[in-house]
Write a protein that binds this ligand. Structure first.
Ligand code: C2E
Ligand code: CA
Ligand code: CA
Length: 349
């Protein structure tokens, strides 16, 4: 097999081969045979670069006692896969037992210095070892296992409920944004869950206060299907943010053919903005593009005043980052809105 992106893709491919080969066989005397297969896997160039080397390693993987249908040669990879499985079942339990939390990172208007919205970020504070598991670790596992659908539904329910509560307490006009993964968006229940929010008896929050953050990589596959869905969400009044802008294909055609409301300039353009004039040039061009298309811009990952000054200079009104506030619990976010916790203006310069 060639050019697989990661070991999980290889594993899946191997398992589907096993499934295909394991179909019962009827033989001429009327008996049915149930074949069993296992696959040994070696990866080039890591496990070897010649065919006989690879076959040899794959045989060794096969000889390794395991109850799995597809076994890798490398111990390290095998251990990684086992660890992923362990995390996956712990995550399933954490979701079932409502142990995941959702934190809120403020988006701040640099003109008025007020909080204009929050991004919801999932937190798993007590993983299987009692320690926090970072989203960069558990979100990909959730995506591969479809747990992302339940996780996303929880995020939607909890953060929209929280935003409705804030609106009731007089903090109106805030926007709450939610990250949406590809497998989540493509799941048939997504539009239904989103629509359910707006039904009578649903939350008391207008749909134009709720944003879905979508990355470009999600648009690359199945563009037509995704376009249809985005248009439907837009028709229901939801806002769409283009997340991590600049890191994917950055096709400008997405910007004017899809109903986006906001571009989020990725941290990788914000981090070096004060040191690298070319990066600043790119950021300014993104801003100019957005202005022309009447899209809002949020700069992500703003950590210091030098970055902020340049972003303001180029006309970027909304920032999000450690300088103006880390992701915090709902309780802390409420204190921030009530003015009891100040937006820290002394960042790490
Ligand atoms: P993202 O959507 O790009 O979210 C922004 C990430 O940048 C968050 O990381 C946030 O904590 C971090 N961040 C914010 N300000 C700064 C800063 O000033 N400097 C730096 N270096 N980082 C900053 P986090 O919380 O670890 O989340 C990582 C990714 O996991 C998110 O990236 C998002 O793609 C995904 N994710 C998190 N929660 C959810 C969720 O509920 N659903 C889905 N589908 N994905 C989620
Ligand atoms: Ca995001
Ligand atoms: Ca982002």
């Amino acid at each position: 097999l060639f050019r697989h992106e990661n070991v999980h893709a290889v594993q899946q491919e191997a398992e589907s081969i096993v499934t295909a080969l394991s179909a019962p066989l009827s033989v001429s005397n009327g008996e049915t045979l149930y074949p069993e297969f296992r696959v040994g896997i070696a990866l080039a160039p890591r496990d070897g670069s010649k065919a006989d080397e690879l076959i040899d390693r794959a045989r060794q993987a096969l000889a390794h006692p395991t109850n799995r249908q597809a076994a890798f040669f490398s111990k390290a990879v095998d251990i990684q896969m086992q660890e992923d499985r362990r995390l996956e079942s712990a995550l399933r339990e954490a979701i079932e037992n409502d142990e995941l939390e959702f934190h809120f990172q403020p988006v701040v208007d640099t003109g008025t210095w007020r909080v204009v919205g929050f991004e919801t970020l999932a937190r798993w504070l007590h993983g299987p070892d009692g320690k926090p598991v970072p989203p960069g670790r558990f979100i990909p596992i959730a995506e591969r296992s479809q747990l992302i659908v339940a996780l996303g539904a929880l995020a939607m329910e909890k953060s929209v409920w929280q935003a409705a509560q804030w609106a009731k307490d007089g903090h109106t006009g805030l926007r709450i944004s939610l990250n949406v993964s590809a497998s989540q968006l493509r799941h048939s229940g997504f539009l239904k869950d989103a629509t359910a929010l707006l039904k009578p008896g649903g939350v008391a929050l207008a749909s134009n206060r709720i944003a879905f953050e979508i990355t470009e990589s999600l648009l690359v596959n199945n563009i037509e299907e995704t376009r249809k869905l985005l248009l439907q969400l837009n028709q229901l009044g939801f806002l769409l943010y283009l997340d991590d802008f600049g890191t994917g294909w950055s096709s400008l055609s997405y910007l004017h053919t899809l109903p986006f409301h906001t571009i989020k300039i990725d941290k990788s353009f914000v981090r070096p903005i004060a040191e690298d004039s070319k990066i600043y040039g790119i950021a300014r061009t993104i801003q100019a593009c957005a202005d022309m298309l009447e899209l809002d811009v949020i700069a992500e990952g703003v950590e210091n005043h030098a970055q902020l000054a340049l972003l303001q200079q180029m006309g970027c009104r909304n920032v999000q980052g450690y300088l103006t506030g880390r992701p915090v619990s709902a309780h802390e976010a409420t204190r921030l809105l009530e003015g009891k916790a100040v937006i820290p203006m002394t960042g790490t310069d």
